[in-house]
Design a protein around this ligand. Structure first.
Ligand code: BES
Ligand code: MN
Ligand code: ZN
Length: 495
């Protein structure tokens, strides 16, 4: 899908469909007024007849209006100006693109930039790009008869007045972010028998081939053994698939500039191991590599943008399966940090692979480390499917991430990392246990990771509730690629 920005009159721009807004009560937006005048009041007539009330997220498609260059006109209800907010604008955008996708139009011209969309044009533009790309995404590539690709291929954001120059950059960055999300969704949706650790490594190597700015290296189990990654290796013991530790180094700035390291949990299937999960919905544990997929998607996005900063992606990846060789509850392992861990529950495996990847990350002399993981079911209970959980060992970093979440509408909510929770991880036999009991399960998981991240600025994102949707619309969401890319964009601007 392609996106561009243009200045022009809504009646003059040629396209398959021109989209203008109508407020509650039938009041025309500025662009709609211009169009109405050119079309001999065809829009006012339709409204007077009661076919379009301007109700928020309602749509009405009109054909071949006189005096209008576009083949179709789509009226979109914007509701009351006072009720326009992020939620209603998102609904309006979804309705707009589903209406467009219901037509054979190959291209569309959207007039979004008048009083209709409030003050934050950047925000609306980004959400429009994400929504358009999301609706064009197809998840049925493995069906013997996949659905047709979307006909809508080109979106023009048109303005009556000259668009601000910076808007083009925002648009290009949003498009690259949407491409990154598509990669993340594609990988997330792939089944565990295809998307193995070896498959993820191949994808990362391919990304390195496609972009000169990315250098990918893959460590094998024997390499990890030498590094002393006893915790990571304990998780893969029950699997026939070899574990991998993938590193992708993106160089967009001088070598002297410290990198931001993104560490993504890459469990390509989480059965729970010997602490086996119940059978219902266990298929969804193919999504347990969505943290890893978001690191790949984010790296692709920033490489496409050519962002001027250094970023390293680190992906520990393996399967968590039961077998005669699998790690058992009560087993004690030594992590790369030297700290010993009593594994009381083999289903708390994410933290076991992440802790060694976090220790490994020190070698990049990081400015900041952010890990991304579908880590706890408790996070889904706490925050549902709206916000990802966030922890940080520095308030400035936490606030920067929260701001990036608002800007990208990929929101997070901070939870406490207080020392008071640490004793829940006490073990009688090792330095720590890998679980802290049912209470505060998301927090104790983060507290476990905090024991390995004392030497740098660090944040942890628990995306268990946001990385994919269940039920009828089952599928990966591409989150938190928008959040991560926005944070990285902001970091370049701050320099
Ligand atoms: N991958 C799961 C977390 C998860 C569960 C994400 C459900 C999304 C939906 C993780 O490895 C896990 O199994 N965590 C356990 C931890 C517990 C054993 C302390 C959990 O959340 O039940
Ligand atoms: Mn698990
Ligand atoms: Zn898991």
């Amino acid at each position: 899908m392609e996106f561009s920005i243009k200045q022009g009159g809504p009646e003059k721009l040629k396209s398959g469909c021109v989209v203008v807004g109508v407020f509650d009560g039938g009041k025309l937006s500025k662009a709609a007024q211009v169009l109405d005048k050119a079309a001999k009041h065809a829009l006012s007539d339709v409204i007077a007849r009661g076919d379009m009330s301007g109700k928020s997220a309602s749509t009405l498609l009109l054909h071949k209006l006189p005096g209008v260059a576009a083949e179709r006109v789509l009226l979109v209800g914007l509701g009351q100006i006072s009720e326009l907010n992020k939620k209603t604008i998102s609904e309006i955008l979804r309705a707009t693109f589903s209406a467009l996708n219901g037509t054979p139009a190959k291209d569309a011209t959207l007039f979004l930039n008048d009083e209709s969309v409030g003050t934050d044009t950047n925000w609306v533009l980004k959400q429009a790009v994400f929504t358009a790309a999301d609706q064009a995404f197809r998840a049925d590539g493995m069906k013997s008869k996949p659905s047709k690709p979307a006909t809508l291929k080109h979106i023009t954001f048109a303005m009556l007045d000259k668009p601000a120059a910076a808007l083009k950059t925002v648009l290009d960055q949003a498009a690259a972010t949407a491409n990154g999300m598509a990669l993340t969704k594609e990988l997330g949706n792939l089944p565990g028998n295809i998307c193995t650790p070896t498959y993820l490594a191949a994808k990362a190597l391919a990304l390195g081939k496609a972009h000169k700015s990315i250098k990918t290296t893959v460590l094998e189990e024997k390499d990890m053994q030498k590094l002393g990654m006893g915790s990571l290796l304990s998780v893969t013991r029950g699997s026939e698939q070899p574990a991998k530790l993938i590193t992708m180094e993106y160089s967009g700035a001088a070598k002297t500039q410290k990198p931001i390291v993104l560490v993504g949990k890459g469990i390509t299937f989480d059965s729970g191991g010997i602490s086996l999960k119940p059978g219902a919905e266990m298929d969804e544990m193919k999504y347990d590599m969505c943290g890893a997929a978001s690191v790949l998607g984010t790296l692709q996005a920033i490489a496409e943008m050519g962002l001027k900063l250094n970023v390293v992606g680190v992906i520990p990846t393996c399967e968590n399966l039961p077998s005669g060789k699998a790690t058992k509850p009560g087993d004690i392992v030594t992590s790369m940090s030297g700290q010993t861990i009593e594994i009381l529950n083999t289903d708390a495996e994410g933290r076991l692979i992440l802790c060694d990847a976090l220790t490994y990350s020190k070698k990049f002399n990081p400015d900041t480390v952010i890990d991304i993981a579908t880590l706890t079911g408790a996070c889904v209970i706490a925050l549902g499917h709206v916000a990802s959980g966030m922890f940080a060992n520095e308030d400035k970093l936490a606030n920067e991430l929260i701001a990036a979440g608002e800007q990208s509408h990929d929101r997070i909510w901070q939870l406490p990392l207080w020392e008071d929770y640490q004793p829940l991880l006490d073990s009688n036999f090792a330095d720590m246990a890998n679980i802290g009991g049912r209470a505060g399960g998301t927090i104790t998981a983060a507290c476990f990771l905090a024991r390995f991240t004392k030497e740098y600025r660090w944040a942890h994102l628990d995306i268990a509730g946001t990385a994919w949707l269940s039920g009828k619309n089952k599928g990966a969401t591409g989150r938190p690629v928008p959040l991560l890319t926005q944070y990285l964009i902001n970091r370049t601007a701050a320099k």
